[in-house]
Design a protein. Structure first.
Length: 57
């Protein structure tokens, strides 16, 4: 980050949040997890975090 522009870092963080929690949710859907509602809540929280990161740009 030699240029001091944090926009690429914020975008990469938002994308990684979507990928990580999306794959986690998908794998638990495939496994028919008993805690699917908790994991869906975590995914919703990650969506909120991504929204806040992108809006802050």
């Amino acid at each position: 980050m030699l240029t001091g522009r944090n926009s690429w870092l914020i975008r990469a963080t938002a994308l990684s949040l979507l990928i990580v929690f999306g794959r986690f949710l998908y794998s638990n859907i495939v496994l028919s997890s008993d805690f699917l509602w908790v994991i869906a809540g975590l995914f919703a929280l990650s969506l909120a975090a991504v929204y806040l990161l992108i809006v802050e740009l």
